[in-house]
Ligand binder design. Structure first.
Ligand SMILES: [Zn+2]
Length: 399
């Protein structure tokens, strides 16, 4: 807790939040601070070519693959003190406890600070081998090249292919994080056992009608793109509300052309974002939206075009880790709740190469990516305790 508050001073904002954009001077300063703490806790620290900061606490068995935990230190422009930092510092706390008790696990234990989680996610992408070879894929907000960004934090684009790791090196990865949503607080449960990180499908839908005079075009002769778009938005909302499941669907962006009070709208561009833990379920929802689009198009004399913008496969948490975390909660007497994560995390990339699990603690009011993000200290302590005991148990479980 002391570390959370102390780290939050790097990039502190007047309302109590944090601005620590990836690759900025604040990010570099926070990484230096954590490096120092890692070294004090007896970790051997290195930075890989993707800028991931990796602290390693040696195990009893030099042949064993590592158990790993960690998260990120970068924040959104007006972020809170807990998102990311909490997981890194709790990992560090676990090592401090082991060091105090002069204990070594059988497996080496790694605490990883992934680079640029809030932007390109280049750290976890490189580690899981999901990286594009084209550096221009990784655009950074102010236009600096990814090569220059990586240099700021001790990385090196040229060597980035070597960052990839495998199950032989990391037997399991556990990320502890604040929920960033209201589910735990609502359920009154102390710990969230994450079932997986949802897949995401984002499309840009263009509706084309005919722009025409708002006064002289009779109602029966209109091809109003906004009326068609509005029907689709309502359909998406109702479909998501009335279909059983844990999915979410959002139309969050809408542009109307020519966007004038005296013109029948001729064109609308809108986004559609759908997320679920099951790819088949997501595909079925999308089919239903497409069928409805055809119906609306013929009814309103408009045309719909559909452009995929983003597709992220769901990343299920490993059943072994879900069971282990659940068991630990029972043993410690903490109430727990199984839930998917609907926000992205470095863990979703790590799930592509090894067994992944995530532990959530409640976010007060479900608020995150906001300066008022808050998790009470008792919850922070409980989460760190679950992380410690999960790692101890995994140490026994994995060969
Ligand atoms: Zn985060």
């Amino acid at each position: 807790l002391h570390s959370i508050n102390s780290l939050a001073q790097i990039g502190q904002l007047p309302q109590g939040g944090v601005r620590r954009l990836a690759f900025s001077a604040e990010d570099v300063a926070a990484r230096l601070q954590v490096t120092e703490w890692m070294q004090q806790a007896g970790l051997a620290v290195r930075i890989d070519a993707a800028g991931n900061l990796i602290g390693r606490y040696g195990g009893q068995d030099p042949q064993a693959a590592a158990l790993a935990t960690g998260s990120h230190l970068d924040t959104v422009p007006t972020g809170g003190c807990y998102d990311g930092s909490y997981g890194v510092l709790a990992g560090l706390e676990v090592v401090r406890v082991l060091q105090e008790k002069q204990m070594r696990l059988r497996h080496p234990l790694e605490v990883i600070v992934f680079s640029d989680e809030e932007g390109t996610m280049i750290g976890s992408k490189a580690m899981s081998g999901q990286l594009s070879r084209d550096p221009s894929t990784y655009s950074v907000a102010d236009g600096t090249s990814i090569q220059a960004c990586l240099q700021q934090i001790g990385g090196d684009w040229e060597g980035i292919a070597q960052v990839q790791r495998s199950r032989d090196q990391i037997a399991a990865f556990v990320e502890l994080h604040v929920e960033q949503g209201p589910v735990l607080q609502h359920s009154g449960c102390q710990i969230g056992v994450v079932t997986g990180i949802v897949g995401q499908q984002r499309q840009i839908i263009t509706v084309t009608g005919l722009a025409n005079h708002a006064g002289t075009t009779p109602m029966s002769m209109r091809q109003d793109a906004l009326v068609a778009a509005a029907q689709l938005i309502l359909f998406v909302h109702q479909l998501a509300c009335n279909t059983p499941g844990d999915h979410v669907a959002t139309v969050g962006s809408l542009q109307v052309f020519p966007n004038a009070a005296n013109v029948v709208p001729g064109k609308v561009e809108m986004s559609l974002d759908m997320r679920d833990l099951c790819s088949d379920h997501l595909a079925s929802l999308i089919r239903q939206v497409q069928q409805e689009m055809d119906r609306i198009a013929s009814q309103t004399q408009t045309q719909f075009q559909w452009q995929p913008r983003l597709q992220v496969d769901p990343a299920p948490a490993s059943p072994t880790l879900q069971t282990t975390i659940t068991q630990v909660c029972r043993d410690l007497g903490y109430s727990h709740h199984l839930l998917p994560s609907r926000a992205s995390h470095d863990a979703q990339d790590m799930a592509r190469i090894t067994d992944m699990g995530m532990i959530f603690v409640p976010s007060q009011g479900g608020i995150s990516h906001n300066e008022s993000e808050f998790t009470p200290s008792e919850d922070c302590v409980r989460g760190a305790n679950v992380l410690l005991h999960t790692l101890l148990r995994l140490d026994q479980l994995y060969p």
